[in-house]
Design a protein around this ligand. Structure first.
Ligand code: DAH
Length: 339
């Protein structure tokens, strides 16, 4: 019995010293000290030992167990320490390396144009409002005096969602939403995305941005429209900017006009930029049609107003002298970084 115990002890100590992983050490623990381990087996054989020898043998087993356990613990601790050191070594961070520079974000040229316009109209007392990009036929067309079978509907190739809903083709519907609120007077601009099923080219995109303007009050005249838009053009393109109004047709305004500004490149003498005309078209405008007022429950005998619609891409292209609209949507960082 004594020899057997000594054998087990030697074997255990040797296995412990040969173990190279924590798993191996645990195997040794189970094989020697576990429920079915060799040392436990010796204890089970105690019944065959003469009663007077039992305390001595018991003592020997306990001694062996204590030695093995303490060696196991020592080895485990050492192994854990080595493991930690290895992890620390493999995960060193060199704090002296130069840091990666954080990239600064940029505002998109369309956003810059939009915010600039908002700033200008804010300064003139206009409120900035927004309307839904998904509209009903009523807000996008009918309430703007464009009836069901009117050819003007075909001019704006519409993305229909179903018979009732569509993607707005213009921000003009926001005029209707504002008038319906029933609060007068109104001085608002409404920037936003609009959609038309146009082929992509240098001047077209199926999704672009407009800013709608609307003023409704008593005694608003075409002179107010001209003065306001002249002041706007001077602020955006420079004090010397002149404007001219050409008669045009929009269903929701009467009379209607398109506004040109004198070319800020050649100051009106004609250049490549203004195609030799000296003028650059920048927006559509007019006096709000009495039908539009009536449909939104505003009495055209008491109130009048003017409206305008500005293409934001056009403003951005002009201001930054970009000659292809597609550049605005490609999100090439090298291009966008310039603004
Ligand atoms: N909604 C027009 C368009 O998309 C632009 C426009 C023209 C808006 C005249 C207006 C306006 O408010 O008075 O072509």
């Amino acid at each position: 019995m004594k020899e057997r115990l000594e054998q087990i002890r030697q074997k255990a100590l040797q296995q412990i010293s040969e173990s190279e992983t924590l798993e191996k050490l645990n195997e040794v623990r189970v094989n020697i000290l576990g429920k079915k381990g060799e040392l436990t087996d010796v204890l089970k054989g105690m019944k065959d030992v003469a009663p007077e020898d039992r305390p001595k043998i018991g003592q020997l087993v306990n001694d062996a167990r204590a030695v093995i356990e303490s060696k196991l613990e020592e080895a485990t601790k050492k192994m854990e320490r080595m493991k930690r050191e290895m992890i620390m070594k493999s995960e060193v961070i060199d704090v002296t390396l130069p840091a990666q520079k954080a990239q600064m974000g940029h505002r998109h040229p369309i956003t810059i144009a939009m915010e600039e316009l908002e700033r200008i109209f804010n300064g003139m007392g206009y409120e900035v409002v927004e309307g839904p990009e998904i509209e009903t036929d009523y807000y996008n067309f009918e309430a703007l005096n464009i009836p069901a079978d009117h050819p003007a509907k075909d001019e704006q190739d519409t993305f229909y969602i179903n018979g009732e809903f569509l993607l707005r083709t213009q921000t003009s519907g926001v005029q209707v939403h504002e008038m319906e609120k029933g609060k007068l007077p109104i001085r608002m601009v409404a920037p936003g995305r609009v959609f038309r099923s146009d082929e992509v080219d240098a001047t077209h995109s199926p999704s672009f941005h407009q800013m709608e303007g609307l003023v409704i009050d008593k005694k608003i005249t075409f002179a107010d429209l001209k003065g306001t838009l002249q002041a706007f053009a001077a602020e955006l393109f420079g004090e010397d900017t002149r404007v001219r109004f050409r008669p045009h047709h929009f269903n929701f305004t009467e009379p209607s006009a398109e506004m040109d500004i004198s070319c800020f490149k050649c100051n009106g003498s004609g250049c490549r930029f203004c195609k030799g005309t000296g003028w650059i078209e920048i927006l559509g405008c007019g006096m709000v049609h009495p039908n539009v007022l009536t449909m939104s429950k505003i009495d055209p005998e008491e109130y009048t107003g003017f409206a305008f619609g500005i293409g934001l891409e056009r403003i951005a292209l002009l201001k930054y002298e970009i000659d292809d609209m597609r550049l605005l949507y490609e999100n090439d960082i090298r291009f966008l970084k310039q603004f």
